[in-house]
Design a protein around this ligand. Structure first.
Ligand code: ADP
Ligand code: GLC
Length: 485
């Protein structure tokens, strides 16, 4: 008998995506099947999700889910079983999953994602006829209240269902003013440091951290980092307190979606044995971005434009990058001031630096397939996926030494090159000097064609498929389900 897992996330590919969480929540269920876990994913019924699932069966109705009517729809997407929370009062809106069309957070995000959690807890604790789960797995703050409801206000007489919380990013905690507590419809006893109370308000991620049976985060290094003030962002004490429950499991990538040998977004498909074919992709990329055609190194970035991603440091290093013979193509969306600074930088370096603001999935594939190196200068990075896509595509990652970036890239120092192990370039600290030095080092490696090719091949040979990590999650489910029959 497989273990039945209810996975709760606020985004998942191919239905709705703003970042890596969607990649993980979308790919992990299929990978877990091979390890004896049958995952059903619960997602909010945003317009894009409802449109994608089409006609679906209603399996439950709430007259008032924290005040709004809601229905639970059951659907199948590929091999994945889906439950969709159709609550128009919460989710039938234009804009993104968390923000309006102007990029402002919705005022009632607390209620929208508390409702998701309340629904998840009802489902996991036997409140929906015909559905039974052995484990609940909540991703990030948007799903974390599922664990609070499960522990603090379960459906009556339900057996105890174990719960796993995965932290994809400690920087987003879902902290709200104490005034929302009444609207959560939790018992008064939940207002406690052992419950949802957090620094005088309500903390969604904190509640999950407090009450989960196992806490995972998306790389071993980040699991160690979040007990420090720099990375714990106020929750380091609680993480440390629950340290025996914390595991770091590095993300995998969906190798069906991200495979240069079969990627239909690319002008030319290729493998480690046919790397010269990448040149056609490089030409296509230069054309798309209006860059000069050249065989010199072409750097790329695919990123949210935020402080976390170090995108603000890029304008400072453009002169250095271009002065050393490099070119740079950036695809990003986010902070308007960073976008403006990048545009100004590009204007100073016509034909050498180009920026496209926006979100474009197909272009992100073409950039990995045509760029020579991907810059990932993150100040913190729980795991990071773009460096993994870079490795798979022979687009050599140049990364800051933090979180999942340190766990997944092997620096091309002389020893690693000699050992045939190098897969990229790492640097310490996100500031002009570190980044400029890393760019110089990358360009010099690029100029040594046989070494560069070896670095590309090493990265392409590295296994970042979900196999091993899915086995680690499955082992956690097994252990929890066994402990709470
Ligand atoms: P995070 O989730 O913190 O943004 P990750 O590296 O884990 O960082 O995941 C980011 C995901 O979003 C990757 O799949 C990346 O390719 C994608 N992505 C980020 N920005 C863009 C963009 N502007 N256009 C297309 N894809 C993007
Ligand atoms: C978060 C993190 C990123 C991670 C992703 C998926 O968005 O910022 O590092 O790769 O979640 O786990």
């Amino acid at each position: 008998m497989p273990i039945n897992v209810l996975s709760v996330a606020s985004e998942a590919v191919p239905l709705i995506k703003t970042g890596g969480l969607a990649d993980v929540a979308g790919a992990l269920p299929a990978a877990l099947l091979a390890h004896g876990a049958a995952v059903t994913s619960l997602l909010p019924g945003y317009p894009a999700v409802l449109a994608a699932i089409g006609a679906a069966r209603t399996v439950h109705v709430w007259d008032a889910l924290l005040g709004q009517p809601a229905r639970l729809l059951s659907a199948k997407l590929g091999s994945t079983d889906l439950l969709v929370l159709d609550a128009p009062g919460y989710f039938a809106r234009p804009g993104g999953p968390y923000t309006d069309a102007a990029g402002q957070d919705w005022d009632d995000n607390w209620r929208r994602f508390a409702a998701l959690g309340r629904a998840a807890a009802d489902i996991a604790s036997g409140g929906v006829a015909g559905l039974r789960f052995d484990v609940l797995h909540a991703h990030d703050w948007q799903a974390a209240m599922a664990i609070a409801y499960l522990r603090l206000a379960p459906v009556q007489a339900a057996p105890r269902v174990p719960a796993v919380l995965t932290i994809h990013n400690m920087a987003f905690q879902g902290w709200y003013d104490a005034g929302i507590f009444a609207g959560l419809e939790l018992p008064d006893t939940a207002w406690s440091i052992d419950g949802v109370e957090t620094y005088g308000g309500v903390g969604f991620l904190k509640s999950g951290l407090q009450l989960a049976d196992v806490i995972t985060t998306v790389s071993p290094t980040y699991a160690r980092e979040i007990v420090t003030t720099e990375f714990g962002m106020g929750l380091e004490g609680l993480v440390a307190l629950r340290g025996d429950r914390v595991r770091g499991i590095v993300n995998g990538i969906d190798t069906a979606e991200w495979n240069p040998a079969s990627d239909t977004a690319l002008a030319a498909r290729y493998s480690a044995r046919s790397l010269p074919r990448r040149t056609a992709n490089k030409r296509a990329l230069e054309q798309h971005f209006g860059l000069e055609e050249s065989d010199g190194p072409l750097f790329i970035m695919v990123t949210r434009l935020t402080w976390q991603k170090g995108a603000d440091v890029i304008p400072e290093v453009l002169d250095h990058l271009v002065g050393n013979g490099g070119r740079l193509a950036i695809l990003g969306s986010g902070d308007a001031a960073i976008a403006a600074a990048l545009h100004a930088g590009a204007a100073r370096h016509p034909g050498k630096v180009a920026v496209q603001i926006g979100y474009d999935e197909a272009l992100s594939h073409r950039m990995q397939g045509g760029g020579d190196a991907i810059l990932v200068p993150s100040r913190f990075e729980p795991c990071g996926l773009t460096q993994l896509y870079g490795l798979a595509y022979g687009c050599v990652p140049v990364v800051s030494r933090t979180g999942g970036l340190s766990d997944t890239v092997i620096d091309a120092n002389p020893a690693a090159i000699a050992a045939g192990a190098a897969t990229g370039v790492q640097f310490d600290g996100v500031h002009y000097h570190a980044l400029a030095a890393a760019i110089s080092r990358t360009i010099s490696l690029y100029q040594q064609a046989h070494i560069w090719r070896q670095i590309q091949r090493n990265g392409m040979a590295a296994d970042f498929s979900w196999g091993r990590s899915a086995a680690d999650y499955a082992a956690i489910y097994q252990q929890l389900a066994g402990a709470h029959p």
